[in-house]
Design a protein around this ligand. Structure first.
Ligand code: SF4
Ligand code: SF4
Length: 409
């Protein structure tokens, strides 16, 4: 087992000196940042990423290959061609052991070696965003190897069932709510307090919906969550249909240092306030990311598929949504699909779908780290990395009818 102690960025630079080739696991911001720092060595072979949709893409001339492709390429190579893999993935628990199976001499975790690094901005990513991403890798990796404390990387706090858009394939199932409502501040506060009383640290709480800015109390929710000591960051997931208010952001006691915005840019017809919002975020030095919708899959349907035990286990293992922990009504679910399908009575009621927030640390630990699947997976199309892409954000005029499988049991 890896022995955890704080290491300096210079230690990483010393270690890579010993190897001929470098592989970078993860094509998100930390992986790209790392590639930019190590490009001068001329040793980087390729990125490896679990998402097969990014295979073939490149950054700074370094190409992304899938795990399977890299596995095959390395199989025939002799171990004496010394190589090192630097793991940059936030959800390191999902890839560490998998990466150990590659014919690579040594694997190290980037997050352990970030003391004294410089969060230089990279193309399309501000210094603030890089700082946030590296902090996440740092905490996720340190807690993964320290083993003693209960650390959660990210939890979705669903603040509303309402959205200013109505995407027919919304993977959070907003398209099915006939009379959507906002969740009351007191309920949200109760749930987040309950969760935090059972864990040691939460890197990020994602305020999500629907569109969080349709909630009248959203600035109050931001104020409350950004001042909780066990949380490093509060992320707002927004479609930029609603203008941000400077006075609300600055007059409330919101801790702006802990805020980050993840904006989906649906184009001028919908994301009408994109420019206004970005200008304000830049003025207040709040990190943000604004990208068009990509990678949508057909995961917004409630269906009943008669899967065997082995099939449903495999579906869960390959699901990219299984760590999108979601709070809904005093319960923690593995994903927004399960949370909303249950809320909508779309699936049979089953206590194995969630853990009650009052159930305590050991139950939470078991549910978030050691289960093979949840019953809701039998009603889901799945979200594997290689699912075919669909056209994003096709709008529906009214809520969509769906079968209530809750009546099955
Ligand atoms: S913008 Fe579309 S995908 Fe996003 S929450 Fe609203 S309905 Fe869902
Ligand atoms: S229900 Fe299961 S398969 Fe569907 S998104 Fe959630 S974890 Fe993945």
């Amino acid at each position: 087992m890896y022995v955890i102690k704080k290491m300096m960025w210079n230690n990483l630079l010393d270690i890579i000196e010993e190897y001929h080739h470098i592989y970078i696991y993860g094509y998100a911001a930390p992986g790209k940042w790392l590639a930019a720092q190590l490009l001068h060595t001329g040793k980087i072979r390729n990125f490896i990423d679990s998402d097969s949709k990014v295979s073939g893409q490149s950054y700074d001339g370094v190409v992304v290959k899938s795990y399977d492709e890299t596995f095959k390429e390395l199989e025939s190579k002799e171990k004496h061609e010394s190589s090192i893999l630097i793991n940059t993935v936030f959800a390191i628990q999902d890839v560490w052991e998998k990466a150990e199976k590659l014919n690579i001499t040594r694997q190290i975790a980037l997050g352990i070696y970030l003391e004294g690094h410089n969060p230089h901005p990279i193309a399309n990513q501000s210094e603030e965003f890089i700082r946030y991403s590296l902090k996440c890798v740092n905490l996720a990796h340190v807690y993964y190897f320290s083993n003693n404390d209960l650390f959660l990387r990210s939890v979705d706090l669903m603040v509303t069932e309402r959205c200013s858009m109505k995407c027919k394939d919304c993977s959070n199932l907003m398209q099915y709510y006939e009379k959507p409502t906002n969740i009351k501040f007191e309920i949200l506060k109760r749930d987040i307090d309950q969760l935090l009383s059972n864990i040691d640290h939460l890197f990020e709480i994602r305020l999500i919906g629907g569109e969080p800015f349709v909630h009248n109390d959203i600035y109050k929710i931001m104020e409350y969550t950004t001042n909780l000591n066990k949380i490093s960051f509060v992320s707002l997931y927004t479609n930029a249909t609603i203008p941000l208010k400077e006075t609300s952001l600055t007059c409330h006691k919101i801790n702006l240092d802990r805020l980050i915005f993840i904006i989906t840019n649906y184009g001028p017809e919908f994301s009408r306030n994109l420019d206004h919002n970005i200008k304000l975020l830049e003025k207040l030095k709040i990190p943000y990311k604004a990208d068009p919708p990509t990678g949508w899959t057909d995961s917004g349907q409630i269906v009943h598929i008669d899967r065997t035990e082995a099939e449903v286990t495999e579906l869960f293992k390959n699901c990219c949504g299984k760590n999108l922990l979601t709070i809904s009504d005093n319960k923690l679910y593995r994903c927004p699909f399960a949370a909303n399908a249950d809320r909508l009575s779309g699936i049979p009621s089953d206590p194995d779908n969630y853990v009650e927030l009052t159930e305590g640390q050991s139950k939470l630990e078991e549910y978030t780290g050691h289960i093979s699947y949840i019953p809701a997976c039998r009603y889901c199309m799945g979200r594997s990395w290689d699912s075919p892409e669909i056209t994003p954000a096709i709008q529906t005029q009214k809520s969509i009818d769906y079968e209530k499988f809750s009546r099955l049991k």
